[in-house]
Design a protein around this ligand. Sequence first.
Ligand code: SF4
Length: 64
Amino acid sequence: MAKLRIEIDNDLCNGDGLCVDNCPGKGLGLKEGKAVVVDGERCGECYYCESICPTGAIHVYKEE
Ligand code: SF4
């Protein structure tokens, strides 16, 4: 099974929480005003966080 890696660039994140509010698996959160992965196991691979982020701070990778 492919493993997923979610990378969040702290410098690009503006803390708007769009990814957090819209993650269907509730796998993301905010910590000190920046998006963080709370539980990667909850990720359902929808790539929504990556596409909704206005600053391009999130990238979701699949590792074979
Ligand atoms: S890819 Fe989808 S399920 Fe996974 S962390 Fe992003 S918004 Fe949540």
